[in-house]
Design a protein around this ligand. Structure first.
Ligand code: FES
Length: 88
């Protein structure tokens, strides 16, 4: 199971966390991963970036996630984390 926490603190909110949350929900459901990717919100982790949203994947903190780079982030971080878990 991959734990994804999307920062909903005020800085990340202004930089698009509601849209990033919607993208996560859509990708999880379109890929049938509801049991494997657990989405939750988190408060500010003090990593506010000049652009984008802070997303924590299994305790690894990533900054600067935006709707524009979301697909790359999904492929490099979420799919990679799922594969690592399955030992691929
Ligand atoms: S508001 Fe998201 S890391 Fe600070």
């Amino acid at each position: 199971m991959v734990m994804v926490q999307i920062c909903v603190g005020s800085s990340c909110h202004l930089k698009g966390s509601p849209e990033v949350v919607r993208l996560f929900e859509r990708y999880v459901s379109e890929n049938g991963l509801d049991d494997e990717v657990i989405l939750s919100g988190s408060f500010c982790s003090g990593k506010c970036n000049r652009s984008g949203v802070t997303v924590t994947v299994n305790d690894k903190v990533h900054t600067g996630v935006t709707p524009a780079n979301f697909k790359d982030f999904w492929n490099t971080e979420i799919i990679a984390a799922l594969r690592a878990e399955k030992g691929d």
